[in-house]
Design a protein around this ligand. Sequence first.
Ligand SMILES: Cc1cc2nc3c(=O)[nH]c(=O)nc-3n(C[C@H](O)[C@H](O)[C@H](O)COP(=O)(O)O)c2cc1C
Length: 160
Amino acid sequence: MNAIFERKAVRKYTDEKIEEEKIQKLINAFQVSPCAMHQTDVMELSVITSPELLKKIEDNTNNSCYNAPLVFMINTKKDSQFGERDASVAAENIMIEAADLGLGSVYVMGGVFALNEFPELQKELGMDEGYETTVLLPIGYPADKEQVEDRSNRYTVVRK
Ligand SMILES: Cc1cc2nc3c(=O)[nH]c(=O)nc-3n(C[C@H](O)[C@H](O)[C@H](O)COP(=O)(O)O)c2cc1C
């Protein structure tokens, strides 16, 4: 599981198109995500590669997706207490798979608030009635080979 250690927030992408086969693998990673109480209708996914729609997302969210060539938009039921949790574990699944495929990604929450102000755009992006966007995941080939900070002691860990 080296991909867990290789994954890092990537915010600069090349214009290179992502292969269909890789997009399908990312979708497969989403599909096997845990879901609270096995409620499979809490979450749905829009996969966006249309340049026109990607531009609309960027224009309406203050460029929150860093001009990535692919955006996974994870939407969850508005009234579900599990939405944010399900979406977050799914996001991690996708980000780890992306790292394994040589792709970069980043968990984006900032643009979500902006996007939820544009229900017509969300509808155009494929979101169903009664849902809201919970996580945006820009994905693409990393433009930079950034040095990763030492994350081995990022959090407090207590062992007893
Ligand atoms: C709940 C959550 C919200 C985040 N929102 C954003 C965001 O809106 N924009 C962004 O560029 N990164 C966002 N991030 C990514 C973090 O900034 C990043 O994971 C953190 O700096 C640690 O870096 P690493 O992922 O490379 O270990 C978010 C991460 C989490 C877990």
